[in-house]
Design a protein around this ligand. Structure first.
Ligand SMILES: [Zn+2]
Length: 260
């Protein structure tokens, strides 16, 4: 799986992830640069970082594209492989030196970790995942959606934010909702998750019930936040998040939930 910058190679019709054989990448990567991703369709798969080329390599095989696009066009197993490859390549590029002693670090364990080369340190560095919560807050037949000023006009989405050190997921939900909208939240229920490797987040999705209703944009992160009824959401305004996003999944779940 070649990764060029932060982009991956796709081609064919229908579009699929282009996987190269070892011999096809011999001229552009060393063995030290191979990152083992596990077995893919019963064959060992590796990520390789293509650093040398200024023009996109392998133009005869396809085109390099951003993961945000690839996630919408590739079969799920290929999209997962692409996301895994890209995440590890970018992680290695960001962890060249040990964060404790500043010495160089090199890949270990097939590229799934790095180790500090200073014999007195030898710190092992692992890829990290940053948990973030995303939550559909509802109260009866209305739900709480907000928008950031940089989003396309009319688009609203669920409240989201990073989990702080030492904080439970439920507390993170309550804190983020309060900070962004001043709404107090009672019961919090886990729904589902979605990796968001830009660069390394994991979105943990929740449904929550509001115990207050007056919206105040406390921390300025949102440009606007409002309560919307099911009827409003079905009418086409506001514009909802993209279909592949967990935010949309939470909204759709709430729209279907007639018990609420
Ligand atoms: Zn070190």
């Amino acid at each position: 799986m070649p990764v060029w910058g932060d982009q991956c190679l796709i081609g064919g019709d229908p579009l699929h992830a282009v996987l190269l054989s070892r011999s096809q990448v011999t001229s552009v990567v060393d063995d030290d640069d191979l990152i083992f991703l596990g077995l893919f369709r019963d064959k060992p798969a590796f990520a390789v970082s293509i650093r040398s080329a200024t023009d996109a390599p392998f133009p005869e095989l396809g085109e390099f594209h951003d993961l945000r696009y690839l996630g919408t066009v590739l079969p799920p197993d290929e999209a997962n492989l692409v996301a895994h490859a890209r995440a590890l390549v970018l992680w290695h590029a960001s962890q060249v030196f040990c964060g404790v002693c500043g010495s160089s670090a090199r890949p270990e364990a097939g590229g799934n970790s790095r180790i500090c080369l200073n014999d007195e340190c030898r710190r092992v560095i692992f890829p990290r995942v940053d948990p973030a919560i995303i939550v559909l807050v509802s109260q009866g037949d209305r739900c709480l959606l907000g928008r950031q000023s940089t989003w396309p006009e009319g688009r609203y989405s669920t409240v989201a934010g990073f989990v702080e050190p030492g904080e439970s997921l439920e507390d993170a939900v309550r804190r983020e909702v309060f900070e962004e909208t001043n709404i107090r939240v009672g019961q919090v229920t886990y729904h589902s998750s979605q990796p968001w490797p830009f660069p390394s987040s994991l979105m943990l999705g929740f449904m929550a019930e509001a115990s207050s209703s007056d919206i105040v944009l406390n921390d300025g992160e949102l440009e606007d936040a409002q309560w919307f009824s099911r009827k409003e959401l079905r009418s086409g305004f506001p514009k909802l998040p993209f279909r592949i996003s967990i935010a949309r999944r939470l909204v759709d779940q709430w729209l279907e939930d007639i018990n609420n």
